[in-house]
Design a protein around this ligand. Sequence first.
Ligand SMILES: [Zn+2]
Ligand SMILES: [Zn+2]
Length: 157
Amino acid sequence: MPERLDWDSYFMNIARVVSSRATCPRRYVGAVIVRDKTILSTGYNGSIRGMPHCTEVGHMMENGHCVATIHAELNAIIQAARNGVRIEGATIYVTASPCWTCFKALANSGIRRICYGEIYDDERSFLVARRLGITMEHIAINHRVSAVSVPPAEPST
Ligand SMILES: [Zn+2]
Ligand SMILES: [Zn+2]
């Protein structure tokens, strides 16, 4: 019998599956918001609803970043809002640690624990999280049990 996955790895793997739907090839990120072992919402980085994807029309570059997409964490918050789901006190599993903008939104939406796969640049999120009592926790993405293949990100220019 293969070893049974713990809950954190389980939800992080689901976040990885969610990331496979991302539409900006510069970075594939997926997020899952969870409370009491129940998924409340999911999100991946993609264009505004109704707008073409980066994969169709190219990126919208600004200061070395593509700003065409809404990030996975924000889309997860937005999906909860659209459906009237309360996310106060929840945990978010995100395949890359949040950028400063997403971190601010997560903090104000009442998320109390941020579990991330790989580290993405922003040190401010970590410092402010400590001050606010928001837990930041690294959860390894277990590629062995992940059934989906997510394409590698484009090399940054
Ligand atoms: Zn893009
Ligand atoms: Zn972000």
